[in-house]
Design a protein around this ligand. Sequence first.
Ligand code: NAD
Length: 262
Amino acid sequence: MSGLQDKVVIVTGGARGIGAAAATRMARDGAKVVITDVLEEDGRGTAESLGGLFVPHDVTSEAGWASVVDTATRTYGRIDGLVNNAGISSNQLIEDESLEHFERVLKVNLTGVFLGLKAVVGPMRAAGGGSIVNISSAAGLTALPFTSGYGASKWGVRGLTKIASVELGRHRIRVNSVHPGMTYTPMTTKNDVAHLGEGMFPLSALGRVGVPEEIAEAISFLISDDSSYVTGAELAVDGGWTAGEVVMMPRATPDAGASDAP
Ligand SMILES: NC(=O)c1ccc[n+]([C@@H]2O[C@H](COP(=O)([O-])OP(=O)(O)OC[C@H]3O[C@@H](n4cnc5c(N)ncnc54)[C@H](O)[C@@H]3O)[C@@H](O)[C@H]2O)c1
């Protein structure tokens, strides 16, 4: 039996992109998914296609979180997992960024995660434990220009994850962060920054952008019982973007580097 069978998992921002891919991946392994999003039509469509539940929800609203938890527990009786995935981006230099947008990004990306943690602790304790995955970013592991609010929020998510893991371990609640690299979703395609294909992202060791399904595999692993001894960890799923400097490395041709070594 899969480490996800019958687990009740909330995925915020699950209408599209990485959240939708994570919900799809977990539903495939038997999880009951509760998708939340501000995008009602897309969210409802994704949830229906997975036989799951949709709850309209803005992650910055504490009352909204209470309603999500209430609906999930009334429908399925428990909450085993939470993927704090909803997020918005920034793409301005600090000198051009407005205070209003900087604060909005922190509110959605960091305060939203804090409220999510707070909301599920009670039901997870009642269920005997749980697993929480907070979606940070490569921008939470290294300094990326143009991301002041975004990067600050994602560094914050990384730290908050570790604090929560230490506080909640005694309740058998695991908390980990996933750090996607450049991934092909509406967030990155709307600004024309992500292009699919080999060699299209030479800043990363693998030389390409990722697809949501590749991030979903990591999320699914961390929510499932297969990662039962993993907590407080940060998992980069970024094609090696944050592993080191690759800009001076020539790309290998298919034959180059081939060897007879096993
Ligand atoms: N795409 C990337 O390259 C990339 C890289 C690193 C990290 N991430 C992170 O992955 C997560 C998912 O991003 P994505 O690329 O799928 O983006 P996306 O824009 O496709 O999806 C984000 C979802 O979050 C929802 N959302 C936004 N604000 C919300 C709010 N206040 N309340 C509830 N839902 C809200 C959106 O409606 C959308 O459905 C984000 O946290 C993002 O920062 C993405």
